[in-house]
Design a protein around this ligand. Sequence first.
Ligand code: NAP
Length: 281
Amino acid sequence: MSKHYAVFGHPVAHSLSPRIHAAFGRQTGIAVDYRAVDVEPGHFAQALADFAAHGGAGANVTLPLKLIAFELCDDVTERARRAGAVNTLIRNGDAWHGDNTDGVGLVRDLTARHGLDLRARRTLLLGAGGAARGVAPALLDAGISELYVVNRTAARADALADALGEPGRVHPRYLDDLRALGEFDLIVNATSAGREGGLAAALPHSLVGRRTAAVDLNYGEAAIPFLAWARAAGCHDVVDGLGMLVEQAAESFARWHGVRPDTDAVYAELRERDAVLVTAD
Ligand code: NAP
């Protein structure tokens, strides 16, 4: 049976992952059969079982399924365990092995592509969903000083802070507290609010200092409100999530195929496409 790969999400029709993995396949000479599968959370377990039965060898998982994917795995990597969320599934015999490549993807994009030194940065993480869980441990490992976690649903920020297990360094706070938190050197938007709007209006400019880098895990139109806020507030660096998307995909590709593709050409091609998308109409 030939091997299949997929990204599961809801919604997922606009995912760039099939295009990225096809480009990696052309570059490395590996035939890649990778498609997008839209599945609601309640049907994900069955869809994944069907996928495995029909030759599914690996999958990416995107919103809102990363926490469920973690529960469906038979074993997980250390970085997925710390995240409590899985974005990469690897079929191992009759079992699913889970990994999380979001954190390493973000850190590689910020440090290697954008030249940012993350060490000692006082950091604000907006959001506590699957993506926030993936990137938080990697940011701590990259040497940020303190991590403040703020989420619309406060209980999820508390749960993420608890799971990270570093009470001296990680502090959950309420959205209403933002004005009292002072300046940050790094602000990471890991919410999906861009799709609905409203988050940027709740962010005071007092969060921004002389060398603040603002990073949105979103890209394209979904990143416009937060990135516009960051520029208006005077952030020193403003980065969207396109580079992270390519880096986390390369890490997944390496897990499945044993080869790490070169990401620069694929990133450049998508950036060109994204510029068209952002400036359209
Ligand atoms: P998720 O698990 O569904 O979590 C969504 C998060 O956004 C939650 O913290 C949620 O808060 C918050 N949120 C949603 N609407 C909001 C609003 N109107 N105002 C304030 N907060 C709001 O999704 P996810 O997997 O974490 O993904 C989050 C975003 O990151 C997505 O847009 C995704 O596309 C992007 N992402 C990008 C990459 C990349 O490679 N560039 C990788 C992963 C994710 P509540 O807890 O209160 O609901």
